[in-house]
Design a protein around this ligand. Structure first.
Ligand SMILES: [Zn+2]
Length: 253
Protein backbone atom coordinates (compact mmCIF):
# COMPACT_ATOMS: atom_id res chain seq x y z
CA UNK A 1 0.00 0.00 0.00
CA UNK A 2 1.39 3.35 -1.09
CA UNK A 3 0.31 6.87 -0.14
CA UNK A 4 0.87 9.45 -2.88
CA UNK A 5 0.82 13.12 -2.02
CA UNK A 6 -0.82 15.43 -4.57
CA UNK A 7 -0.11 19.16 -4.04
CA UNK A 8 -3.23 21.17 -4.93
CA UNK A 9 -4.29 24.83 -4.93
CA UNK A 10 -1.86 27.14 -3.07
CA UNK A 11 -0.83 24.89 -0.19
CA UNK A 12 -3.26 21.95 0.01
CA UNK A 13 -2.35 18.28 -0.01
CA UNK A 14 -4.71 15.70 -1.43
CA UNK A 15 -3.73 12.05 -1.09
CA UNK A 16 -4.10 8.92 -3.17
CA UNK A 17 -3.82 5.49 -1.56
CA UNK A 18 -2.91 2.74 -3.99
CA UNK A 19 -3.50 -0.78 -2.71
CA UNK A 20 -1.79 -2.79 -5.42
CA UNK A 21 -2.82 -6.16 -3.93
CA UNK A 22 -6.54 -5.49 -4.18
CA UNK A 23 -6.29 -2.90 -6.95
CA UNK A 24 -8.14 -0.33 -4.86
CA UNK A 25 -7.48 3.36 -5.32
CA UNK A 26 -8.71 5.74 -2.63
CA UNK A 27 -8.55 9.53 -2.77
CA UNK A 28 -8.49 11.58 0.41
CA UNK A 29 -9.80 15.16 0.21
CA UNK A 30 -9.44 15.87 -3.52
CA UNK A 31 -9.06 19.65 -3.38
CA UNK A 32 -9.58 20.27 -7.09
CA UNK A 33 -10.46 18.24 -10.18
CA UNK A 34 -7.79 19.03 -12.77
CA UNK A 35 -4.64 18.43 -10.71
CA UNK A 36 -5.97 15.22 -9.19
CA UNK A 37 -7.28 14.05 -12.58
CA UNK A 38 -3.87 14.65 -14.18
CA UNK A 39 -2.23 12.63 -11.43
CA UNK A 40 -4.68 9.74 -12.01
CA UNK A 41 -4.26 9.87 -15.82
CA UNK A 42 -0.47 9.83 -15.55
CA UNK A 43 -0.57 6.74 -13.36
CA UNK A 44 -3.46 5.14 -15.22
CA UNK A 45 -5.56 4.90 -12.04
CA UNK A 46 -9.30 4.79 -11.45
CA UNK A 47 -10.31 5.86 -7.93
CA UNK A 48 -13.04 3.62 -6.51
CA UNK A 49 -13.41 5.66 -3.35
CA UNK A 50 -13.17 9.27 -2.19
CA UNK A 51 -12.92 9.98 1.55
CA UNK A 52 -13.45 13.50 2.90
CA UNK A 53 -12.25 14.72 6.29
CA UNK A 54 -14.52 17.80 6.33
CA UNK A 55 -16.73 19.95 4.14
CA UNK A 56 -14.42 22.91 3.35
CA UNK A 57 -14.21 23.59 -0.38
CA UNK A 58 -10.44 23.15 -0.46
CA UNK A 59 -10.98 19.54 0.65
CA UNK A 60 -14.04 18.55 -1.38
CA UNK A 61 -13.54 20.74 -4.47
CA UNK A 62 -12.84 17.78 -6.78
CA UNK A 63 -15.63 15.50 -5.52
CA UNK A 64 -18.35 15.99 -8.11
CA UNK A 65 -16.26 16.01 -11.30
CA UNK A 66 -14.13 13.06 -10.14
CA UNK A 67 -17.27 11.11 -9.27
CA UNK A 68 -18.78 11.91 -12.68
CA UNK A 69 -15.67 10.81 -14.53
CA UNK A 70 -14.66 7.76 -12.49
CA UNK A 71 -17.93 6.68 -10.84
CA UNK A 72 -16.17 6.87 -7.45
CA UNK A 73 -18.11 6.31 -4.26
CA UNK A 74 -17.84 9.22 -1.79
CA UNK A 75 -17.64 8.63 1.95
CA UNK A 76 -17.87 11.20 4.73
CA UNK A 77 -19.16 11.86 8.22
CA UNK A 78 -22.94 11.32 8.56
CA UNK A 79 -23.51 14.68 10.29
CA UNK A 80 -22.04 16.45 7.24
CA UNK A 81 -24.21 14.64 4.68
CA UNK A 82 -25.70 17.95 3.52
CA UNK A 83 -22.33 19.68 3.20
CA UNK A 84 -20.11 17.10 1.48
CA UNK A 85 -20.83 17.23 -2.27
CA UNK A 86 -21.83 13.91 -3.84
CA UNK A 87 -21.67 11.90 -0.61
CA UNK A 88 -22.87 8.29 -0.94
CA UNK A 89 -21.91 6.63 2.35
CA UNK A 90 -22.50 8.17 5.79
CA UNK A 91 -19.84 7.18 8.30
CA UNK A 92 -20.29 7.17 12.05
CA UNK A 93 -17.80 7.99 14.79
CA UNK A 94 -15.51 5.00 15.49
CA UNK A 95 -16.90 3.06 12.56
CA UNK A 96 -14.41 0.79 10.81
CA UNK A 97 -14.82 0.19 7.11
CA UNK A 98 -12.94 -2.40 5.11
CA UNK A 99 -11.70 -1.66 1.62
CA UNK A 100 -9.87 -4.72 0.35
CA UNK A 101 -7.52 -5.59 3.18
CA UNK A 102 -7.39 -2.02 4.49
CA UNK A 103 -9.26 -1.31 7.70
CA UNK A 104 -10.08 2.37 7.99
CA UNK A 105 -11.38 3.83 11.25
CA UNK A 106 -13.39 7.07 11.25
CA UNK A 107 -12.92 9.29 14.30
CA UNK A 108 -15.04 12.38 14.93
CA UNK A 109 -12.77 15.28 15.92
CA UNK A 110 -14.75 18.57 15.94
CA UNK A 111 -13.40 22.08 16.41
CA UNK A 112 -12.13 23.22 13.01
CA UNK A 113 -15.59 22.22 11.72
CA UNK A 114 -18.39 20.54 13.66
CA UNK A 115 -18.29 17.43 11.47
CA UNK A 116 -14.55 17.02 11.05
CA UNK A 117 -13.20 13.46 11.13
CA UNK A 118 -9.83 11.85 10.75
CA UNK A 119 -9.19 8.46 9.20
CA UNK A 120 -6.89 6.05 11.00
CA UNK A 121 -5.42 2.96 9.39
CA UNK A 122 -4.42 1.12 12.53
CA UNK A 123 -2.54 -1.73 10.89
CA UNK A 124 -0.52 0.60 8.67
CA UNK A 125 -0.15 3.26 11.42
CA UNK A 126 -1.30 6.05 9.16
CA UNK A 127 -3.69 8.93 9.92
CA UNK A 128 -5.29 11.35 7.46
CA UNK A 129 -6.12 14.28 9.70
CA UNK A 130 -7.33 17.06 7.38
CA UNK A 131 -7.17 20.37 9.23
CA UNK A 132 -7.11 19.07 12.82
CA UNK A 133 -3.34 18.89 13.20
CA UNK A 134 -0.52 20.13 10.98
CA UNK A 135 3.20 19.63 11.29
CA UNK A 136 4.07 21.92 14.25
CA UNK A 137 0.54 23.27 14.49
CA UNK A 138 -3.18 22.68 14.63
CA UNK A 139 -6.20 23.93 12.71
CA UNK A 140 -8.12 27.12 13.40
CA UNK A 141 -11.25 26.80 15.47
CA UNK A 142 -14.10 27.82 13.16
CA UNK A 143 -17.25 25.92 14.08
CA UNK A 144 -16.47 24.40 17.45
CA UNK A 145 -15.12 25.41 20.83
CA UNK A 146 -11.54 25.55 22.08
CA UNK A 147 -12.40 22.63 24.35
CA UNK A 148 -13.57 20.49 21.42
CA UNK A 149 -10.43 21.32 19.46
CA UNK A 150 -8.22 20.53 22.46
CA UNK A 151 -9.80 17.08 22.75
CA UNK A 152 -9.59 16.54 18.98
CA UNK A 153 -5.87 17.40 18.88
CA UNK A 154 -5.35 15.05 21.84
CA UNK A 155 -6.94 12.21 19.89
CA UNK A 156 -4.17 12.55 17.31
CA UNK A 157 -1.51 13.03 19.98
CA UNK A 158 -2.58 9.75 21.63
CA UNK A 159 -2.31 7.59 18.51
CA UNK A 160 0.57 5.11 18.35
CA UNK A 161 3.82 7.17 18.41
CA UNK A 162 5.08 5.79 15.10
CA UNK A 163 1.86 6.82 13.31
CA UNK A 164 2.51 8.83 10.18
CA UNK A 165 0.36 11.96 9.98
CA UNK A 166 -0.86 13.16 6.58
CA UNK A 167 -2.47 16.59 7.00
CA UNK A 168 -4.32 18.91 4.65
CA UNK A 169 -1.85 21.76 4.21
CA UNK A 170 1.80 22.71 3.88
CA UNK A 171 1.77 25.19 6.77
CA UNK A 172 4.93 23.86 8.38
CA UNK A 173 7.23 26.85 7.92
CA UNK A 174 4.77 29.35 9.33
CA UNK A 175 4.01 26.95 12.20
CA UNK A 176 7.74 26.56 12.78
CA UNK A 177 8.11 30.31 13.17
CA UNK A 178 5.33 30.36 15.76
CA UNK A 179 6.78 27.40 17.71
CA UNK A 180 10.24 29.03 17.66
CA UNK A 181 8.78 32.29 18.99
CA UNK A 182 7.64 30.47 22.14
CA UNK A 183 9.87 27.39 22.45
CA UNK A 184 13.18 28.53 20.94
CA UNK A 185 15.40 26.50 23.28
CA UNK A 186 13.80 23.17 22.35
CA UNK A 187 16.68 21.10 20.93
CA UNK A 188 14.39 18.82 18.91
CA UNK A 189 12.68 21.85 17.40
CA UNK A 190 16.03 23.31 16.36
CA UNK A 191 16.96 20.06 14.62
CA UNK A 192 13.57 19.97 12.91
CA UNK A 193 14.02 23.62 11.85
CA UNK A 194 17.12 22.73 9.83
CA UNK A 195 15.32 19.85 8.12
CA UNK A 196 12.24 21.95 7.33
CA UNK A 197 14.22 24.91 5.96
CA UNK A 198 16.22 22.59 3.69
CA UNK A 199 13.05 20.85 2.46
CA UNK A 200 11.17 24.08 1.76
CA UNK A 201 14.17 25.65 0.02
CA UNK A 202 13.82 22.91 -2.60
CA UNK A 203 10.01 22.91 -2.47
CA UNK A 204 9.94 19.42 -0.95
CA UNK A 205 6.84 18.58 1.15
CA UNK A 206 7.46 18.35 4.90
CA UNK A 207 4.61 15.83 5.14
CA UNK A 208 4.15 13.20 6.51
CA UNK A 209 5.22 13.92 10.02
CA UNK A 210 4.81 11.43 12.89
CA UNK A 211 3.03 11.51 16.24
CA UNK A 212 6.38 11.02 17.98
CA UNK A 213 7.96 13.93 16.11
CA UNK A 214 5.05 16.21 16.97
CA UNK A 215 5.18 15.19 20.62
CA UNK A 216 8.73 16.54 20.72
CA UNK A 217 8.24 19.72 18.71
CA UNK A 218 4.59 20.80 18.26
CA UNK A 219 3.65 23.20 21.07
CA UNK A 220 -0.01 22.15 20.81
CA UNK A 221 1.12 18.64 21.81
CA UNK A 222 3.29 19.92 24.67
CA UNK A 223 0.85 21.82 26.88
CA UNK A 224 2.41 20.50 30.11
CA UNK A 225 5.90 21.80 29.24
CA UNK A 226 7.06 24.26 31.92
CA UNK A 227 9.11 26.40 29.51
CA UNK A 228 6.18 26.84 27.14
CA UNK A 229 3.88 27.69 30.06
CA UNK A 230 6.38 30.21 31.37
CA UNK A 231 6.75 31.84 27.95
CA UNK A 232 3.01 32.61 27.86
CA UNK A 233 2.68 33.35 31.61
CA UNK A 234 0.35 30.42 32.34
CA UNK A 235 2.48 28.36 34.73
CA UNK A 236 -0.41 27.04 36.84
CA UNK A 237 -3.19 26.95 34.27
CA UNK A 238 -5.04 23.90 32.96
CA UNK A 239 -3.95 22.30 29.69
CA UNK A 240 -7.13 23.63 28.07
CA UNK A 241 -6.23 27.18 29.13
CA UNK A 242 -2.72 26.79 27.73
CA UNK A 243 -4.14 25.35 24.49
CA UNK A 244 -6.65 28.21 24.12
CA UNK A 245 -4.02 30.88 24.68
CA UNK A 246 -1.61 29.32 22.19
CA UNK A 247 -4.37 28.98 19.57
CA UNK A 248 -5.38 32.64 20.04
CA UNK A 249 -1.75 33.79 19.84
CA UNK A 250 -1.32 31.79 16.63
CA UNK A 251 -4.49 33.35 15.14
CA UNK A 252 -2.81 36.74 15.44
CA UNK A 253 0.76 35.67 14.70
ZN1 LIG B 1 -10.62 23.30 6.58
Amino acid sequence: MIVNLIPCLADNYSYCIIDSVNKNVILIDPAEFSVVDNFLKNKNLVPNYILNTHHHSDHVGGNILLKQKYNSSILGFAADKDRIPGIDTFLKDRETIKIGNLEIETHHAPGHTSGHVFYYLKNEKIAFVGDIVFSLGCGRVFEGTMEQMYHSVNKIKNLAPETRIFCGHEYTKSNLNFCMSIDKNNKDLKIKEQIILAQRKHNIPTIPTTVMDEQKTNIFFRLDDTKIRKAISLENATELEVFSKLRKLKDNF
